[in-house]
Design a protein around this ligand. Structure first.
Ligand code: F6P
Length: 519
C-alpha cells in the first residue's frame, strides 16, 4: 500500500492546530528560564548514536513540545511513508521513481526489486566495480591526477568529502570542475600533464550542459597529449546513460552505472562517490557507507521522540511553520567541513524548496565554517530582527591539529550557541544588549572520519525526507531548475549572434547587447 503524498494540507491536522496553540503558550518563555527551571535539561534533551551527540536543549521547547511535534509526524503518516520509501514505492510521484539511496548502504530488504532488477545485487555489483576501477586508477603509476567533471549532486558530495578527509588522501590528486567556467578549466589544465591525468565525467543524465561542455573540452585536451590507442585508459564515467557515455568514447568497463532510484543530491553513496575511493581507497569509501548505514538503522529503529533525524526535522518545522523563521544556518567549526553548508543548500533547498499552498517549506539555508562565520554574519544572528536557527557542528578531537587549536575552535562554537540562547540585557547600553532566546542544535562528532561524516550526512538526508513527508511535498524531483536551463539555451545563441531575439524583455535584451558590445 502506498501512502499518497498527503494532498491534505498539514495545517488541517488537529496536531497542527494544537501546536499553534502551544506556540502561543510557550513563545513568551525565555530559554534562560527553561534552563534555570530544569537543571537536567541537557540530560533530557540530547541523543547519541555511536558516540555522536545531538544536543537540542538550546531550543524553544519543553517535553510537551516534543510530544506534540511527534504527534504531528504520526498524523502526517510519517511512519508509513518511511516504510514506503524503504520498500521501494514510487514516492517520487512526478518522475514515477522509487527513492532508494538507503539501498546503497544495505539498509533495504535484500529481496527488493525495482523494474525487475534486484536492488541489492545491483548495489553489490556497483560497489565491486567501484573497487576495481578505483584500484585500477590508484595502481596506475602513470596517473597522478584525476579531473572530476560534474555539477550539483554529481559534485557537491564527492568534493565535500574530498576536502573533509584530505589529510587521509593516499591516491591521485582529484580536481573538481563543477561549473561552465573556462577560466577555471584552462587554469587547471595548464597545470596538468595529459599523460598523467584521468578524466572522470560524473553525470547521471550525461546531458547537463555545463558538464558536457567541460567534458568535450577536457577530452580534446587529453587527446592532444595522449596517443589514440591509450586515450581510453584515461577516460571514466559515472552515469545512468551508459550508451551515451560509450558514444562519448568511454570504454564500457570504465562506466559506472547509476539508477533512477538514486536522486542526484542523494548520490554520493553511489558511483558518484568514485572520487572518494580513488583518493582514499575503497576501505575508506566503505567506512563512509557504514556510517550512513548506522544512521539508517537509528532512523528506522529509534522511537520518534529519541530519533535524531526526526528531532532535526520536527525542530525545523517548529521554527519554519510556527515561528515563521525563514532561515537556517549550518555552522561547522572545522575548515575541513567548510563545504558542508553548500552541500546542505542543495540537499535541503533543491529537495524541499517547493510551493505547498500556504504551508511554508524549505528555509533559506546558508552558513560557513566557524570561526570565520563569527567575522562575517554572526553579528546578524545575534542582534538582527531576523532569528535564524543554527546547527553547530563540533569535531571533538582532531589528530591533525594541536589540542589548543581544537579547544579554541570548540570553545567558540559553544560560546556562540550559549550567547544566542542566553543573550545579555544588563549592559546599560542598548547597542550592547543581546535579547538571546535564539535557538541552536549542536552536533559533537567524536573525530572527523569517513564513518562519522557518512552518519552525519545520512541524518540530514532523513531530516529532509521527514520534513517533505510532513509538508506533503515531493522532496525528490526538481522541476524548478528546468526553466532557467531552457531560457539559457536561447540566450547563448543571442550572445553568439550579438542580436537578442524579440521574445526577450527589454532588460535581458539590453544586457545581451551590453555584454556583446561593452561601450
Ligand atoms: O541541479 C539540478 C540537477 O538535476 C541536480 O539534481 C543534479 O545533481 C545536477 O543537476 C546534475 O545532474 P547530472 O548528474 O544529470 O549531470
Amino acid at each position: 500500500m502506498t501512502s499518497q503524498m498527503s494532498n491534505k494540507s498539514p495545517q488541517s491536522f488537529t496536531t497542527w492546530k494544537d501546536l499553534e496553540k502551544h506556540q502561543k503558550d510557550i513563545s513568551g518563555m525565555h530559554m534562560r528560564d527553561m534552563f534555570s527551571i530544569d537543571t537536567k535539561r541537557f540530560e533530557r534533551m540530547h541523543q547519541t548514536c555511536d558516540n555522536l551527540i545531538f544536543d537540542y536543549a538550546k531550543h524553544r521547547i519543553n517535553q510537551d513540545t516534543i510530544e506534540k511535534l511527534c504527534a504531528l509526524a504520526e498524523e502526517a503518516n510519517f511512519p508509513q511513508k518511511r516504510a514506503d520509501m524503504l520498500a521501494g514505492e514510487t514516492i517520487n510521484t512526478t518522475e514515477k521513481r522509487a527513492v532508494l539511496h538507503t539501498a546503497l548502504r544495505g539498509s533495504t530488504d535484500t529481496a527488493l526489486c525495482v523494474n525487475g532488477e534486484n536492488v541489492t545485487a545491483f548495489v553489490l555489483q556497483l560497489h565491486a566495480k567501484i573497487k576495481v576501477i578505483s584500484e585500477k586508477i590508484r595502481n596506475n603509476p602513470q596517473i597522478t591526477d584525476v579531473i572530476s567533471i560534474g555539477v550539483g549532486g554529481s559534485d557537491l558530495g564527492p568534493r565535500l568529502m574530498y576536502n573533509a578527509l584530505e589529510t587521509a588522501r593516499s591516491g591521485p590528486t582529484v580536481h573538481f570542475i563543477k561549473n561552465i567556467d573556462g577560466q577555471s578549466l584552462d587554469t587547471l589544465l595548464a597545470k596538468l600533464n595529459p599523460k598523467h591525468t584521468a578524466l572522470l565525467i560524473a553525470s547521471k543524465t550525461f546531458t547537463t550542459l555545463e558538464t558536457m561542455t567541460c567534458a568535450n573540452y577536457a577530452k580534446a585536451w587529453l587527446s592532444n597529449g595522449v596517443n589514440d590507442a591509450d586515450l581510453s585508459d584515461h577516460l571514466f564515467a559515472t552515469s545512468s546513460a551508459v550508451e551515451t557515455a560509450e558514444d562519448f568514447g568511454i570504454p564500457r568497463d570504465h562506466i559506472l552505472p547509476m539508477r533512477d532510484w538514486i536522486g542526484g543530491r542523494f548520490s554520493v553513496w553511489s558511483s558518484i562517490g568514485l572520487p572518494l575511493a580513488i583518493a582514499f581507497g575503497f576501505d575508506m569509501f566503505r567506512d563512509f557507507i557504514n556510517g550512513a548505514a548506522r544512521a539508517d538503522h537509528h532512523f528506522i529503529e529509534t522511537p520518534l521522540e529519541h530519533n535524531i533525524p526526526v528531532l532535526m526535522a520536527l525542530l525545523g518545522i517548529w521554527y519554519r511553520n510556527f515561528f515563521d523563521y525563514a532561515g537556517h544556518a549550518i555552522l561547522p567549526y572545522s575548515d575541513a567541513l567548510s563545504l558542508l553548508p553548500g552541500y546542505m543548500q542543495q540537499l535541503d533547498m533543491e529537495s524541499n524548496g517547493k510551493y505547498a499552498g500556504d504551508t511554508k517549506t524549505a528555509p533559506i539555508v546558508f552558513g560557513d565554517a566557524g570561526t570565520c562565520a563569527q567575522h562575517a554574519f554572526m553579528q546578524a544572528l545575534h542582534q538582527s530582527s531576523e532569528i535564524v536557527p543554527c546547527d553547530f557542528i563540533i569535531v571533538a578531537r582532531n589528530p591533525h591539529a594541536a589540542d589548543h587549536f581544537q579547544q579554541a575552535l570548540n570553545a567558540n562554537a559553544l560560546a556562540q550557541s550559549q550567547a544566542l540562547m542566553e543573550g545579555r540585557t544588563n549592559t546599560g547600553e542598548p547597542h550592547r544588549n543581546f535579547e538571546g532566546n535564539r535557538p541552536s542544535s549542536t552536533f559533537v562528532v567524536p573525530t572527523l572520519n569517513a564513518y562519522y561524516l557518512g552518519m552525519l550526512l545520512a541524518f540530514y538526508e532523513h531530516k529532509i525526507f521527514i520534513q517533505g513527508a510532513i509538508w506533503g511535498i515531493n522532496s525528490f524531483d526538481q522541476w524548478g531548475v528546468e526553466l532557467g536551463k531552457t531560457l539559457a539555451k536561447d540566450i547563448i545563441k543571442d550572445l553568439e549572434t550579438g542580436t537578442p531575439s524579440e521574445k526577450h524583455d527589454s532588460s535581458t535584451s539590453g544586457l545581451i547587447r551590453a555584454i556583446v558590445n561593452p561601450s
